[in-house]
Design a protein around this ligand. Structure first.
Ligand code: NAD
Length: 411
């Protein structure tokens, strides 16, 4: 199923609960603006390559558009559309003053040199600089893009519009970024997992965790949960997966990955398992933190966790989501679970605009406060309306956007 169709199913479930009119549904589902641009660059070899770039600005009823920029060979308009809508609901769930957008370039960054990526990024900014900016639309990193890419974006944007660090977030700390932004998504995943365990009356120390994906989000979530005395019993990335019932050494895993180009292949501190076995590991909490669409009707029946925390965007296909619901497996949905990243992006934007720096403790405190409030609101709605956490999160997000749309006046 296409990501856009999955998002639509969840939207409809919430819209039914909210009793939204067909015309409001149509308005909320339609993107405000969609742009596709040509990005020609000269390769290091001197040859010409042309890439396609997209920016979908979904909805700005609650504030400037906000959303990441993805560099991946499979990026297409449908995927960007779905992810842009997801951002609209996500910023609304955590109640930060943004709308939702997403961008992407159909390119394999692993096949490009750093200089080629810089040229692609600067040409992309050349093509869309008049449609983003601090009060309009603020890009951020996503799959395949890094803090360095954000630095190039800010620099290139500045050539047209002057110094404007708030035109993009996720920048390097030494180039107008903030400490705490990089860890924020994983930290949020960890903190929200503990909140859910607390609400369910489960003890936290000794909770068995399995994580798919050991990149930015996976490592920081693992570290946070390790510090809370949870046990990481299984972990895997694109190169290998490992299991250890007594708990893997998280700090050793992080050190190993750092020394091996971010990869886990060759790690010797656990039994090697397959990626399929990782998703079916005997654990309490499964955290998919890699790709979308990894939990399907084919593998959902084998999942043994009683809680799934969606660190990645849309890692569960809707039909598998139904299976989990029927099996009593609780799912903490992506639009809440991984919202720590965009929340910290907001902190970066606020500090850039004020030319002021908060320090890491304040960033962490504010992040924990905002995610806690959002979690409690989603939890209460789920309890009072007897709906899954996902439907409750969509109800909260979609409801806020619908109200802002009406208050602002549609026509
Ligand atoms: P990353 O590129 O740093 O790490 C991705 C990890 O997934 C790597 O360890 C990679 O090896 C692994 N992986 C890739 N293919 C795999 C496969 N087939 N099986 C198992 N593992 C595989 O990315 P990230 O920033 O950690 O993001 C992870 C997910 O979280 C993505 O879906 C992203 O969209 C989502 N997300 C990230 C952020 C953020 O702030 N980084 C915010 C919100 C959502």
């Amino acid at each position: 199923m296409r990501a856009i169709d999955a998002t639509r199913i969840y939207f409809d479930a919430a819209a039914d609960q909210l009793d939204l009119s067909p015309s409001m549904r149509q308005l909320l589902l339609t993107a405000k603006r969609e742009v596709q641009v040509q990005i020609p660059i000269e390769r290091d070899s001197g040859e010409l390559s042309t890439f396609i770039g997209y920016r979908v600005q979904h909805n700005d009823a609650r504030g400037p558009l906000k959303g990441g920029l993805r560099y991946h060979p499979q990026v297409d308009l449908n995927e960007v559309r779905a992810l842009a809508a997801l951002m609209t609901w996500k910023t609304a769930v955590v109640n930060i003053p943004y709308g939702g957008a997403k961008g992407g370039v159909a390119i394999d960054p692993k096949q490009c040199s750093t200089r080629e990526l810089e040229r692609v990024t600067r040409r992309f900014v050349d093509a869309i600089h008049d449609m983003f900016g601090p009060d309009v639309d603020i890009p951020a990193p996503d799959m395949g893009t890094t803090a360095d890419v954000m630095a190039w974006i800010m620099n290139q944007y500045g050539k047209y519009h002057g110094f404007a660090p708030a035109c993009v977030t996720g920048k390097p700390v030494d180039y107008h970024g903030i400490p705490g932004r990089e860890e924020a998504t994983g930290r949020g995943v960890g903190a929200l997992t503990l909140k859910l365990l607390g609400r369910l009356g489960r003890p936290i120390p000794g909770t068995r965790i399995a994580i798919q994906g050991f990149g930015n989000v996976g490592t920081h979530a693992a570290k946070y949960l390790h510090d809370a005395e949870c046990r990481l019993v299984a972990v895997g990335d694109a190169t290998a997966a490992f299991h250890r019932a007594e708990g893997l050494d998280v700090l050793e895993l992080i050190r190993y990955a750092r020394e091996h180009n971010g990869q886990l292949s060759g790690f010797t501190g656990g039994d090697e398992i397959t990626g399929k076995e990782l998703l079916a590991a005997d654990c309490d909490v499964l955290i998919p933190a890699a790709l979308g669409g990894v939990l399907t009707t084919a593998n959902a029946p084998a999942v043994r966790a009683s809680i799934i925390v969606e660190a990645a965007n849309e890692p569960i296909e809707p039909a598998a989501d139904t299976i989990f619901d029927e099996r009593g497996i609780m799912v903490l949905p992506d639009i809440l679970a991984n919202a720590g990243g965009v929340t910290a992006s907001w902190f970066e934007w606020v500090q850039n605009r004020q030319h002021y720096q908060w320090g890491i403790n304040r960033v962490r405190q504010e992040l924990d406060r905002i995610l806690s409030e959002a979690f409690e609101q989603v939890w209460q709605l789920s309890q009072s309306r007897h709906v899954p956490l996902r439907t409750a999160a969509y109800m909260l997000g979609v409801g806020r956007v619908a109200r802002a749309t009406v208050l602002g006046g549609v026509v």
